[in-house]
Design a protein around this ligand. Structure first.
Ligand code: GTP
Length: 598
């Protein structure tokens, strides 16, 4: 396809505004798939994404569409909607010249609409503002267009396209608008090969499948290519496009989007953002590339049985093959034995990885409380990264203890301003600014420690705004704070897996909460068990578990045998997930006690 007939675009939208449904309609209207084939959103191909109904990874798709007597090639690059995966949004933007900015005609502009809309504008993409769900009886297009104008996402209200992705209304018109408004790629077919790697996945038979956006030149099977940053050379074995099934083609030209394979056996050779060029006729300058996504949340992952450590390592290795944003290093804990400290992009990412591990391997795992990455400036001037409480030096010597700070935007009904202010102040947030989209809806911006955001801020926001509040955040830097490591002692033994890093002003309350939880989770023993919280050797809270009375089934009032059996089974089940701390048996749930906050 000549470049003038190519359009590369993505859809950016807040979660649930209908991105996947719209993408399906594009496939349907262009004849790439039949209604029958669209089972559960073709583009959301990962099972877990489908289960949760959210898009995480980018799935490119190439469709062909006749417009004004010519056949156009449209490359749609999907973008994720969840804030954990924001870096993937910037990646897709770099491969496109335009973006459909999709907004739910009832819900209106949301935090991610604004955030991603601005990202796209910064990347110089042509926006095609579009209202979705106009079939809804309570849709309010005029009001939402007003919000889009107020948020500076739309200049001319007449430019806003209106569709119903579910009912298939206005789809051809929207495809036409994409072709008319989004510029064709500006690549030069005669120049040496230059292509951007924007994603990859590992295939057991073919090796790494590299997703590329062609900039200049062309690519053919048998061509010797060079990955510029990695400095590795390979011979291309196969190439193609996702239509939406991987479809072999014999050439990729300037401006096109597709994939190639080259018997690449290690995924680490393929850097996302790296430039592919011809080994014999290389391009002068590599492309700018991407910022690496940095893990923001860390937690320990331990097999319940120590002899499953190697199995866990293997499972993690496999996972890492298709998810380079996930990281792990071995660590040892007195209480939990051998395990790994794992880095995730956020809490959703962490949950997804845990689920995938549990599903793909038969491992029984204990996961420790999540924490953000801190920085410690020692008195000798050295600055170290702290990925967990165990990295905090024991005996002082700390000059500054720093934590990551985020700029967080909330889009809420104006009636909820008071509630939001209280929540943010309680979480050490500082107010930055307010901006009204309409008398009813307002954007509030705060700066806040990331540690205060990751656990349950989103749930809190959803509950007090009755589902209408949305948020988006980005890390803006590190700031010194009065942080301490709080240790938990079970029967006199420090359980390093239960240590947490907290702000000193919260230590008392958090300590008490953890001990209360622990007391409920740990069963009685033959002896009295003391639970203590301590900072730097100083005890700040204490709870006691009284010694056991004899019969465990005594709790089961009456002689209901099936009930007793249930209890026994439950205990047997629980046994597998117990850890011995000194002489005390601690169930896996107890290690999550430190997660509870109010
Ligand atoms: P993420 O992948 O999580 O970012 O969500 P998404 O933006 O892909 O949303 P999705 O396509 O999964 O749609 C979310 C919900 O809105 C689904 O229940 C759709 O059936 C529904 N929906 C999508 N488009 C329309 C529409 O035009 N009209 C109506 N009434 N519902 C729609």
């Amino acid at each position: 396809t000549p470049t003038r007939l190519i359009r590369n675009f993505c859809i950016i939208a807040h979660i649930d505004h209908g991105k996947s449904t719209l993408a399906d309609q594009f496939l349907l209207k262009s004849g790439a798939v039949s209604q029958r084939d669209i089972k559960a959103q073709t583009l959301d191909s990962m099972d877990l994404e489908r289960e949760r109904g959210i898009t995480i990874r980018m799935h490119p798709v190439t469709i062909f569409f006749d417009h004004k007597g010519e056949k156009f090639e449209l490359n749609l690059i999907d973008t994720p909607g969840h804030v954990d995966f924001n870096y993937e949004v910037s990646r897709s933007l770099a491969a496109c010249e335009g973006a459909i900015l999709l907004v739910d005609a009832f819900q209106g502009v949301q935090a991610q609409t604004v955030a991603n809309g601005f990202l796209a504008m910064e990347a110089q993409l042509k926006l095609v503002p579009t209202l979705n769900k106009i079939d809804l009886p309570h849709a309010r297009p005029e009001f939402v267009i007003g919000e889009m104008e107020q948020a500076m996402l739309v200049e001319d209200p007449d430019e806003v396209m209106k569709v119903s992705a579910r009912a298939g209304l206005g789809i051809e018109e929207l495809m036409g608008a994409v072709i008319d408004r989004v510029p064709a790629p500006s690549g030069a077919p005669a120049e040496p090969l230059k292509a951007l790697i924007y994603n990859s996945h590992f295939d057991t038979y073919k090796g790494v499948v590299v997703y590329i956006r062609m900039i200049d030149g062309n690519l053919k099977p048998g061509q010797r290519i060079k990955l510029m940053r990695a400095g590795r050379e390979y011979v291309v074995t196969e190439m193609g496009q996702f239509r939406p099934e991987p479809t072999k083609i014999d050439e990729l030209g300037a401006g096109q989007v597709g994939y190639f394979t080259a018997n690449i056996k290690t995924i680490d050779d393929v850097g996302i953002g790296d430039t592919v060029t011809d080994a014999f006729n290389p391009t002068a300058e590599p492309l700018a590339g991407y910022k690496e996504p940095k893990p923001m949340v860390y937690s320990g992952l331990y097999p319940v049985n120590n002899n499953e450590f190697e199995d866990l390592r293997e499972a993690l290795q496999k996972l890492k093959l298709n998810d380079s944003s996930f990281s792990y290093v071995p660590e040892v804990s007195d209480g939990l034995g051998f395990g790994f400290r794992c880095g995730f992009l956020g809490m959703l990412h962490r949950e997804i990885i845990q689920q995938r591990l549990e599903r793909d391997s038969e491992l029984n795992l204990v996961q420790t409380a999540p924490n953000v990455t801190y920085e410690i400036k020692k008195q000798n001037g050295e600055v170290v990264q702290v990925h967990g409480p165990q990295d905090v030096p024991d005996g002082g010597g700390i000059d500054e203890f720093r934590e990551p700070i985020v700029k967080i935007s909330f889009l809420i009904p104006s009636t909820n301003i008071g509630g939001l202010m209280t929540m943010c102040t309680e979480r050490r947030g500082t107010f930055v600014r307010t901006e009204y989209l309409s008398p009813q809806r307002v954007i509030l911006v705060f700066e806040m420690p990331l540690a205060e955001v990751i656990y349950d801020l989103y749930d809190k926001l959803k509950s007090f705004t009755h589902g209408y509040g949305t948020m988006d955040y980005e890390v803006v830097g590190y700031r010194a704070a009065d942080l301490v490591r709080m240790d938990i002692l079970v029967h006199g033994n420090r359980v390093d897996a239960l240590s947490i890093i907290v702000h000193r002003s919260n230590a008392d309350r958090r300590g008490r909460k953890v001990l209360e939880r622990l007391r409920k989770e740990i069963s009685r023993h033959m002896f009295e068990v003391a639970l203590q919280a301590a900072i730097g050797g100083k005890i700040i809270a204490r709870e006691t578990i009284a010694a056991m009375k004899k019969d465990v089934t005594a709790k089961c009032y009456g002689g209901d045998i099936s009930r007793k059996r249930k209890l026994w089974n439950k205990q047997a089940e629980g046994k597998k997930r117990m850890k011995a701390i000194g002489q005390v048996e601690v169930p896996q749930e107890a290690f999550l006690a430190v997660l509870e906050d109010d």
